[in-house]
Design a protein around this ligand. Structure first.
Ligand code: XMP
Length: 312
């Protein structure tokens, strides 16, 4: 059946108004297409009663904060920015098991939102959960950060707000259509997915400010150099292992960065991008030159399944 974008938007605006009522709602946006679409739907449905928030959790890319603020400004949306880095790094400290990290992220994320909800006296949280997030979490593949009700967590009891999920029945390609129809920039609806827990899903092992700094730089390099191929998703990963290398003629036991680039429609399955050798070499050279603590760069050739797209 054809997806009717205009009708979907009309119905969702109505649904948001009905579910939120007069009490107002909070929307946290990381800059990804799902949460940006939700921010705009909420703004259109509720006007000033929708508070749009960017949580600076220390796990985003350098440009994300400014990008969110700038991209939503033309719609008359004044994005609030909350610096919560120390809470996130504290919650993730000493944790290296993937699911333990994911659950710790989820806990600090919703606790932070709970505080903002209380301060602003709103009752609902509108979030960009999409169908794939629900399927993967219920299928116990991995705990996506935004799944609560569907696995028996009562957000009202646990964090103090109702959750409204206008995108829960649709997949990424339809979300992109909705974003386009709402007038969001092509920089939003054509962009690569970026997960809510950000760089935490790409640092295998403990998530510390030092490790995230290495990964953030590598991520920027991969994104810049691979952009021309327009992959579904491409990024860098920091492994938990180290390897022996040579730096300035001396032994150096340094970090390992993986280049990951995949093609997909809905992120449920994915194939590997056939990245030309010249691009891989350019990424390798820049990572090695610009990040002194890295001594090895690998390219991941595994499809999903058996791999998942992210590393944790
Ligand atoms: P995986 O790694 O499960 O990823 O193959 C499938 C898609 O989902 C994204 N992803 C997430 N997005 N919160 C999100 O908002 C999460 O916890 C999360 N985990 C994975 C991933 O980037 C890919 O597009």
């Amino acid at each position: 059946m054809r997806f009717e974008t205009k009708r979907f938007i009309r119905e969702k605006l109505e649904e948001i108004r009905k579910q939120v009522g007069d009490s107002g709602a909070l929307v946290a946006t990381s800059g990804g297409v799902d949460s940006m679409t939700c921010a705009l739907l909420a703004h259109k449905a509720l006007g000033e009663k929708a508070i749009i928030l960017f949580i600076d959790d220390g796990l985003m890319r350098d440009s994300d904060k400014k990008r969110v603020v700038d991209l939503l400004a033309p719609f008359g949306i004044n994005v609030k920015v909350l610096n919560a880095k120390k809470f996130f790094f504290k919650a993730l400290k000493g944790k290296d098991d993937p699911e333990v990290k994911r659950k710790a992220f989820r806990q600090v994320f919703y606790k932070t939102l709970g505080k903002v909800v209380k301060q602003n006296k709103v009752e609902s949280l509108i979030q960009g959960t999409i169908a794939a997030d629900i399927i993967e979490t219920k299928g116990k593949i991995k705990t996506q950060h935004n799944i609560l009700k569907q696995i028996g967590i009562d957000p009202k009891k646990r964090f103090g707000f109702r959750v409204v999920e206008p995108l829960r029945e649709i997949f990424k390609p339809q979300v992109r259509e909705v974003a386009k129809e709402l007038g969001l920039s092509s920089r939003v609806y054509q962009q690569m997915p970026f997960p809510g827990p950000g760089l935490a899903t790409r640092a295998v092992g403990e998530v510390t400010p030092q490790r995230v700094k290495i990964l953030r730089r590598a991520t920027e390099i991969v994104e810049e150099e691979i952009k021309e191929l327009k992959p579904f998703q491409a990024f860098a990963v920091l492994l938990n292992d180290k390897a022996t290398g040579i730096r300035k003629g001396k032994r150096s036991f340094g970090n390992i960065i993986v280049i990951r680039s995949v093609e997909s429609k809905d992120a449920m399955t994915a194939s590997v991008t056939r990245v030309p050798w010249r691009i891989l070499e350019r990424i390798r050279d820049r990572v090695i030159d610009e990040i002194p603590r890295v001594v090895k760069v690998l390219f991941d050739i595994t499809p999903k399944p058996p791999s998942t797209i992210e590393y944790i």
